[in-house]
Design a protein around this ligand. Structure first.
Ligand code: BG6
Length: 473
């Protein structure tokens, strides 16, 4: 890999601290970074390079010293030129020393309200152009979610990006696309001839997708209270999981073909109509949420959302998809279940068919793997049926652990590989669906159900699925 400069805006924030820097360090330890690279943390605090190096609290690792020599700090207010100009000087010096235009990556890891001003400044100070003045081919920009607040603001942000960068320079990050078992969906579904023929509405009864997190919002109140889980997790991660199990086979594994297939899947998610909103979408807030730091006393922000929706494509039409995402839940679990129609043959009816038949469950985390439930004959002299599980666990089968999602995200950005990053069309389609819900909630003033901490969400979320004669698995 060629030398690079990475500028992390928001270097003292949560994302840089807990994800970006640890992932870069891990890539370094695995020998995956080039010998020459420079990471500049850009933030408001008045601290030194040394302060930044100790800020992340990783000094106990013997290799931290070697890695942190590559780490520098640039103080700056996002709205003032000064920080950017001083950074330009420092980067020019690197280009001089290296006698080349070192590729520059700008990683926007700040709260989203800062994106516009940072992009404007990158452009007005010409930092976005890199050292090949007038040509921006030496730069890339990575932008974290939430990408906008609704369809309109997402469109505005996208236009702003497009004014400054070419599409091939833009990396709209959704780290769920970098999770091993999400990437595996293409192989699992399309490299195995036995699943594909049944992966459609003739055989599938319904699909469930769950992102359940034990943690509450922790110290992120300031960010989260104005955002909510629909925007923070559902618009991106949850819908990407839906896309992974519903998309058509891409024409090829090229970047654009895979992005086309993903975008088509998201485009075909049908918006929930206003009259069905109360029936098909439930929002909730965990009991102790209002006592979290930086949360308004009368906050109506949802920390949980459950929804039922359909897709319009031939393959998936009429299959109900139940998807939920919540914080402060009973357990940490991210999984997708494909529940097949229970067709227990008439032969077996008198022996009692289990209520649910075949289910393929794709576990994204923890313990990533896939399991398949099927019905078997219980041992014994009499015929009786029972469902059992056939399991594949990554950790049992593969010695080497896959890359963490952020390691994959960073490696791909550094390599200029965009397949696992959102393209404008998929992003805007997901926002269209989500904005419909946001507007519906506001218009009808639908309730925000309080749910107990460490539970699986409000009762209304159970009713959402149970009224269709089904259950969350
Ligand atoms: C982030 C959200 O994008 O994803 C967080 O902002 C959420 O609120 C996190 O907790 C979940 O990611 P992971 O990889 O821990 O499942």
């Amino acid at each position: 890999m060629s030398p690079f400069v990475m500028v992390i805006f928001g270097a003292t924030g949560d994302l840089a601290h807990h994800k970006l820097i640890p992932s870069l360090f891990s890539l370094f330890k695995d020998g995956l970074l080039p010998s020459e690279f420079y990471i500049f943390g850009f933030a408001r605090r008045d601290i030194s390079d040394e302060d930044l190096r100790s800020y992340y609290g990783l000094e106990d690792d013997t290799l931290w010293g070697d890695f942190s020599r590559h780490l520098f700090y640039q103080q700056g207010e996002f709205q003032d030129d000064a920080g950017y100009l001083s950074l330009i000087k420092r980067l020019e010096k690197i280009d001089e020393e290296m006698k080349s235009c070192v590729t520059r990556l700008f990683y926007l890891a700040t709260p989203p309200d800062n994106y516009n001003i940072i992009l404007e400044k990158l452009s007005s100070t010409k930092l976005s152009e890199g050292c090949g003045q007038g040509s921006s081919k030496w730069t890339r920009v990575a932008i974290e979610k939430p990408f906008g607040k609704d369809l309109e603001t997402a469109q505005m942000l996208d236009s702003k990006l497009a004014e400054i960068f070419d599409e091939k320079q833009i990396f709209r990050v959704d780290h769920y696309l970098g999770k091993e078992n999400v990437q595996n969906m293409l192989a699992f579904r399309f490299a195995n001839g036995i699943f594909e023929p049944t992966w459609n509405n003739s055989y599938i009864d319904h699909i469930q997708v769950t992102i359940s997190e034990k943690n509450g919002i922790g110290k992120r109140g300031k960010f989260f209270d104005g955002v909510g889980n629909l925007r923070d997790v559902a618009q991106n991660h949850l819908l990407q999981l839906v896309a992974a199990v519903t998309m058509e086979q891409p024409r090829s594994f090229t970047k654009e073909d895979v992005r086309d297939a993903r975008a088509q899947a998201i485009q075909s998610i049908e918006s929930v109509s206003e009259e069905n909103m109360a029936d098909q979408v439930v929002r909730g807030q965990y009991q102790s949420y209002k006592s979290e730091k930086n949360v308004a006393d009368d906050s109506k922000t949802e920390t949980f959302v459950a929804m039922k929706f359909f897709m319009s494509n031939e393959r998936m039409k009429f299959i109900p998809i139940y998807a939920r995402a919540g914080k402060k839940m009973e357990k940490d679990i991210v999984e997708i279940s494909i529940v097949f129609k229970q067709t227990c043959h008439i032969l077996f009816k008198e022996y009692g068919c289990p209520e649910i038949g075949n289910v393929i469950t794709i576990r994204i985390q923890p313990d990533e793997g896939i399991q398949m439930r099927f019905i078997t004959k219980k041992p014994g002299t009499r015929l009786s049926l029972e469902p059992v599980q056939m399991k594949f666990a990554y950790k049992d089968h593969f010695e080497k652990k896959g890359a963490d999602a952020y390691e994959k995200v960073l490696m791909d950005i550094l390599a200029g590989e965009q397949m696992l990053f959102n393209r404008t069309d998929e992003l805007l389609s997901s926002w269209k669906f989500i904005t419909h819900i946001l507007n519906g909630w506001e218009k009808a003033d639908l309730p925000v159900y309080v749910y107990e901490d460490a539970s699986m969400g409000p009762q209304a979320a159970h009713e959402l699925i149970e009224k269709d004669g089904r259950k969350w698995l």
